[in-house]
Design a protein around this ligand. Structure first.
Ligand SMILES: Nc1nc2c(ncn2[C@@H]2O[C@H](COP(=O)(O)OP(=O)(O)O)[C@@H](O)[C@H]2O)c(=O)[nH]1
Ligand SMILES: [Mg+2]
Length: 679
């Protein structure tokens, strides 16, 4: 454990994460040639969809050796739609490193990664890549992060030169320069800057520890040893966020960066506390090689050639092939088959994965993304991973009828790969609804359905699950009587229908006395009402929240039947809806919208035009959190609207809240549409 470093790269798309991993792997001799994202031949971006687009869409794993250490590295996609990949990666590592483009200023999709850094208790750092780019500015890039977060990056490897003159870095801790691969003196024109950076570093380290702070005040500075051991501790606790300059594609300062990984970032041994649930109670434990097995599947997917693959991080104990294990979230046993250490698309078989390490399980049956793998008799599992709620919805349907049967099982397999996508069959609207984070994510799923399962699909906005109810009280009766040919039909019911409070559903009261309707027909009345309520009376949407009291009626010895009473109760309820007035209800959702302050006015105005209401607001750092409610009909396409209003920076969580009356003008349109469909 002490010789392993687990690192995940997160950050905006295009910052150079994949290129950096490619260069690192080559420098460490884990690969024999350097691929390029543009050429679609990197080891990490190997899905057809990733090659086609020239960008990462799913998490990639690699490992390499460096000076007798093993480093596991996870590369993640930067696009906001694929945030679940960054979340997955963050659950598997001790070190979360933000990779930012030195020349880009503050990028929108950095935000989600910054939030991840802010809320996880991993060690964190910032790599300012693309230092060779025109417009590259290390300190400006760090300032942009500082302004938009509560992280305080402390430079450790500062650049020597920049843009086309970028040629190396100065290590502020060691007070050495590394230029063109050689150790050299600090360039004389950088002395002041290096000194200033050293003071900033020393202060940050001193502030992270009471004992050091005391020494720092007494002596006016820290010794090299105090600084070196202090910085490691401060980084490990997340108090100091070290910052490094490099250029991936020109391979400048990349080796120095790898050195800092093993010199300053915490190993699996140093940062060995994890939160588990023991018999569902949260508790913190220390992981170790000798401990009982605790492993976590942070990503599972199906590979067209290999089958089901699960990327697993072993926290405690040892995972051995052939072993029986328990998957507590599924309450099911599983068996460990073949295991591999992975370098992107390449892999090497192993028969064990020890504590602190990670690898891939092949053809594993039960364990999927975000499942724990523990000893058969264990009562522990890892704490649940929090995921954002959906903010983008589409129905999905096979283009060809004959694919309808296949689509379900194909989707189930693909959904395992991205736990932020949900599939729901809406029994009312009879639609299969996919919900997730964004359009790109759903389109990626659609592409995978095509490339792996050969299923063409079409997407569209879901229908709104409106409901019908009655506005006021109605006392009505209906007599169903038919005499034409054969046996006649006869039934008569008297009902009182009244509205019930939202959410209370359907109540049926039987107050028949004296046998005016024989007891054997009462269930038919109830069933008849249920049937028509499900179908809807006015607009083809189900009826909710009414009470029906059946208090009088009549029957005929020969002509009455269950069917006749059903028909009579349907017609009676229809009549009641005319007398008591029908209203259409729509689902209202509660939202938590998070936006940078400057967009407040626009976003609030837009909420109002979407028939929404602001319930409250709250300042959090440089952001505003708006609590609001909004009809689902408006929410379905809120995501793109909010993105465009806030230049991509706004986001929201939502959940269903209650049903509310639809304004009359909209209700009229819904009814007209429903009746047209019916015809
Ligand atoms: N000039 C320059 N370009 C880079 C550097 N690193 C990556 N790139 C380019 O930036 C683009 C995005 O790189 P990629 O690795 O896909 O970024 P990712 O989205 O963070 O994985 C590609 O065209 C790379 O060639 C660098 O250090 N300098
Ligand atoms: Mg990438």
């Amino acid at each position: 454990m002490k010789d392993i470093r687990n690192i995940a790269f997160v950050g905006a798309s295009g910052a150079g994460k994949t290129s950096l991993v490619e260069q690192i792997l080559y420098n460490a001799k884990a690969t024999t040639r350097i691929g390029k994202v543009e050429d679609g031949n990197t080891v990490m971006d190997f899905n057809v969809e990733e090659i086609e687009k020239g960008m990462s869409m799913s998490l990639g794993m690699a490992n390499f050796n460096w000076k007798n250490h093993k480093i596991n590295i996870l590369d993640t996609p930067g696009s906001a739609d694929f945030v679940s990949e960054q979340i997955s990666a963050s659950t598997a590592v001790e070190n979360l490193l933000l990779v930012a483009n030195a020349a880009a200023g503050f990028e929108v999709s950095l935000e989600q990664s910054i939030e991840l850094l802010e809320r996880t208790n991993t060690a964190k750092g910032i790599i300012i890549n693309r230092m060779d780019n025109e417009g590259a500015d290390f300190f400006k890039a760090l300032e942009a992060v500082r302004e938009n977060s509560n992280l305080n990056p402390i430079p450790i490897l500062i650049p020597v030169g920049s843009e086309h003159r970028f040629e190396g870095v100065v290590d502020i801790i060691k007070q050495e320069a590394f230029i063109k691969g050689e150790t050299s003196d600090i360039p004389s024109n950088m002395k002041d800057q290096v000194e200033e950076s050293r003071m900033i570093l020393m202060e940050a380290v001193a502030e992270s520890d009471d004992e050091l702070l005391e020494k720092y005040f007494e002596a006016g500075e820290l010794t090299s040893e105090e600084l070196t051991s202090g910085i490691k501790k401060a980084i490990s606790r997340g108090f100091v966020v070290p910052a490094f300059a490099c250029s991936a594609t020109s391979n400048i300062a990349v080796n120095d960066l790898i050195n800092t990984f093993i010199e300053y970032l915490p190993s699996a041994k140093v940062k060995n506390e994890i939160i588990v649930l023991e018999n569902d109670k949260e508790k913190s434990i220390e992981t170790s090689e000798e401990g009982n097995l605790i492993a976590y599947v942070f990503k599972s997917f199906s590979d067209p050639n290999v089958g089901d693959i699960a990327y697993v991080r072993v926290f405690s104990g040892c995972l051995k092939s052939g072993m029986d294990v328990l998957v507590p979230e599924k309450r099911s046993k599983d068996k460990i088959g073949s295991m591999y250490f992975v370098v992107g698309k390449n892999r090497k078989e192993t028969d064990e994965i020890k504590a602190g390490d990670m690898g891939a399980l092949v053809k594993i049956k039960v364990a999927r993304s975000f499942n724990s793998i523990v000893s058969v008799h264990s009562n522990m599992r890892l704490a649940e991973t929090e995921l954002p709620t959906p903010c983008y919805w589409q129905t999905i349907k096979a283009v060809n009828q004959h694919d309808e049967d296949k689509i379900g099982s194909a989707l189930t397999r693909l959904l395992d790969e991205d736990p932020t996508i949900n599939l729901e069959m809406n029994s009312e609207t009879r639609e299969s609804i996919l919900s997730g984070i964004g359009e790109q994510q759903i389109l990626f799923l659609q592409k995978k359905l095509k490339s792996r399962f050969k299923i063409d699909t079409k997407l569209k906005l879901p229908s709104i699950p409106y409901k019908e109810t009655i506005k006021g009280f109605a006392d009505v009766s209906y007599k169903h009587k038919k005499q034409s040919g054969g046996r006649g039909q006869y039934a008569e019911v008297y009902i009182k229908v009244s509205p019930k409070p939202r959410g209370e559903g359907f109540e049926f009261i039987n107050s028949i006395v004296g046998g005016v309707i024989p007891t054997k027909f009462i269930p038919a009345i109830r069933k008849g009402l249920n049937e028509i309520m499900l179908k809807g009376i006015i607009s083809n949407h189900p009826v909710i929240d009414i009470s029906v009291d059946c208090y009088y009626g009549s029957f005929h010895d020969v002509d009455s039947s269950e069917m006749a009473f059903k028909i009579a109760s349907w017609q009676a309820l229809k009549k009641a809806f005319e007398v008591g007035k029908f209203i259409l209800l729509e689902p209202i959702h509660e939202l938590q919208i998070i936006i940078p302050n400057e967009y407040m006015g626009d976003v609030m105005g837009d909420i109002t035009t979407r028939r929404g209401k602001i319930l409250g607001m709250e300042q959090k750092g440089k952001k505003q959190i708006l609590n609001a409610k909004m009809p689902l009909a408006e929410l379905f396409n809120y995501y793109p609207a909010l993105k465009s209003l806030t230049q991509g920076r706004g986001k929201f969580n939502q959940k269903f809240s209650y049903y509310e009356k639809v304004p009359d003008d909209i209700a009229t349109k819904v009814i007209a549409k429903a009746n047209k469909k019916e015809e």
